[in-house]
Design a protein around this ligand. Sequence first.
Ligand SMILES: Cc1cc2nc3c(=O)[nH]c(=O)nc-3n(C[C@H](O)[C@H](O)[C@H](O)COP(=O)(O)OP(=O)(O)OC[C@H]3O[C@@H](n4cnc5c(N)ncnc54)[C@H](O)[C@@H]3O)c2cc1C
Length: 520
Amino acid sequence: MPHQPQSQPSFLIVGAGVYGASTALTLARLGYRSITVLDRSTDGFAAPDAASNDVNKIARSAYSAPLYRNLAKEALSQWRTDPTISRFYHEVGLVLHSGIAALNGDSASGITDDAEAYVRNGVENSVEKGGFAELPRPGQQLPRPAWPFHSDDEALDAFPPALRPHLGEGLKGFGKRQTGYIDPRGGWTEANAAVRAVLAEAIRLGVKVVPRCVAKELLYHDRPSSTGKRVVRGIRSADGKEYTADHTVIAAGAWSRLLLQQLLPGSSINALPPASPSAQCVVLLQLTPEERAVLKHAPVVLNFDTGLYVFEPTADGVLKMAIHSAAGYQNPAPRLDLETAYPTFQQGEERHCAQPSAIYKESADQFVPEDKVRTMLEELYTLYPLLRAVPAERIRTRICWYSDTLDENWVLDHHPDVDNLVVAGGDSGHGYKFLPTLGRLVAAKLGVEGVPELTPYQQRVFSFEHHRELAEKVKRGEKVESADSGRAPGGGAAAGKPVAERTMRMDKSATSKSNPRARL
Ligand SMILES: Cc1cc2nc3c(=O)[nH]c(=O)nc-3n(C[C@H](O)[C@H](O)[C@H](O)COP(=O)(O)OP(=O)(O)OC[C@H]3O[C@@H](n4cnc5c(N)ncnc54)[C@H](O)[C@@H]3O)c2cc1C
């Protein structure tokens, strides 16, 4: 039996993605008994179009920022040791490389100073640095820390023997036109399976989950607080039902911006929202058992320059790849209804909407721009040329939504305009791996008994105030530094544009060497 807290406040959480599910399980494990999770999905778990509901996600700790590096080491330790999720973590290692430009004939050497620095940093950060001491899997040693590739032979060792003869030019030229490393202390997680397992465990511990429940309005106590603010007492859903609690948490992922505008129409933060949705393109290849056998145990490969990343195929033979776009596609916004499975690009500006091709779409409503798919596949073939043999009918696409803040720091704060409302999100495309730790951070923000407070630095960078200051900076045309890779977030044409303007456009990000995209 978990320790019983002295007081038993109640909690209402909107959203069953990693932020919401992790919060629910953390509170339940702390012994809280009145916890309700609302989600618009048909089963109450992360919705089909939720960012957390995906085939797989990268788990790695080689962040340059100590804040995320230490949190990631804590998270990886739990991925290895927590029985609820450890079976969904595949520690196959992560190869980070760069230099594809040289392959395209853009330059004599594809290695940029940014890439060199990022590789050096990743290798150094793989070992303990006075932060969180990583735990191995029970009864095992921690894998060895990262090492850089100075030659193709060193890189070859990072790949399973069956795959070595099949590596393409994109994974060659180390020490000459490419730089890179392998960090064996990382890999990938079975994303949807793990977030479901976390919520299922929370349900087992007494958490109530309400499916098909769309949060629509805030409910308030009659009297304001001593500071004169309205005091939230819960949520009214779209079907008119009321859900009340002492604390309400909004963890609605890419929907949060829209939802907060709806819940608090007069709020000053709506003019400069801390986070905006951006759509990212994912391609899934269904491999045959023979193809899968060649790629089994392959490390995750992440290209620092292009943002392309590729996973080991799953047990079912699904190989996921994507290109992390700094700007993403910022229009349209994610949809609230679930009548159609995924959001569509069709509402975006005409010129950026390639016609859906018969081969890549699953329905008229679900496609990514075809030029994007072609680019992604061509880059994939530079790594693994054998995948050219996968025919179009075995290739699917999907859209996945980031909730981007300007500097990629999350939002974990009390809403400034009302009492008893915490917002948890602004994942900026790198929240999933923290599934085991996010709940503790949200619980700390909620001030629950037995959870250490956030550090002053965490309090600051996760605050509404911090994100408002960044938005003001962008409005003034000043550069905003990324929390991790040191680039101007939003990249390319979107950088330096007022936030409101950025969110109006469906922006295609260029792939340029000077624009590293190595978060995730
Ligand atoms: C293509 C892609 C690749 C990524 N790769 C990685 C990676 O490799 N590693 C990594 O660490 N991170 C990665 N991320 C980021 C990661 O997926 C996110 O940080 C994380 O999943 C966000 O979780 P969330 O809980 O904030 O949102 P979501 O998972 O989107 O969950 C939000 C939930 O809120 C619900 N909801 C919304 N509005 C309402 C409402 N009004 N009422 C009720 N319910 C509502 C939705 O139905 C949904 O289930 C990636 C993201 C994308 C898009």
